[in-house]
Design a protein around this ligand. Sequence first.
Ligand code: PLP
Length: 231
Amino acid sequence: MSNQPEQSSIAGRLAGVHENIRSAAVAAERPEDAAELVAVSKTFPAEVIREALEAGQRVFGENRLQDAEGKWPGLREEYDDVELHMIGSIQTRKAKAIVGLFDVIQTVDREKLARALKKAMDEIGRCPVCYIQVNTGSEPQKGGVEPREADAFIRLCRDEIGLEVVGLMAIPPADQEPAPHFALLKKIAERNGLQKLSMGMSADYELAVRFGATSVRVGSAIFGARTPVAG
Ligand SMILES: *Cc1c(COP(=O)(O)O)cnc(C)c1O
């Protein structure tokens, strides 16, 4: 079963998570590199992130612009092949800064934001690829489009606004079985011809890989517990 990361180092835990992802993919008869690891480094300082970089990790996720802006421009001077994913909710007025810093935006979930991102891309001349976030559990406090509105919103972003929409992202409700949410996200992606699925976190990334995730977003299993306030 799971290779429970007993290792005390970030490098050791990273290796364990990568191994678990490969095993889950193979168990699901997918290629062993079918799912990539987005290491969620939110709230952790640059010197902690540097340990992951030194261990070879290059794909990272952050959920707050301000937190990311304080760390990544500097780290990128040392590691120029980093791929940075925005995985948190985005204020429309910060669209330009988001487009300037991130390579992948996983949380596009409303028309006003989609249009602001596109405008910023045209202005800066930088085009991060986008995921549409789907609120599979219809939770009022959570970002994402409603599942029944997803098809129309995907078409709007892709065909009318002109974003490069590559996939879907979801965060299942914390108090429910994640499997039906993973299955729903996959179904919506398939009927819209989208290849990428960002789903699965520390507690359920192996299950997500079995359900077709192409990216898993894992934080605490690599970096340890975060302070509660940080979300
Ligand atoms: C924090 C966060 C994660 C990682 O959560 P862990 O449980 O620490 O792995 C994944 N996705 C999103 C959107 C997050 O905000």
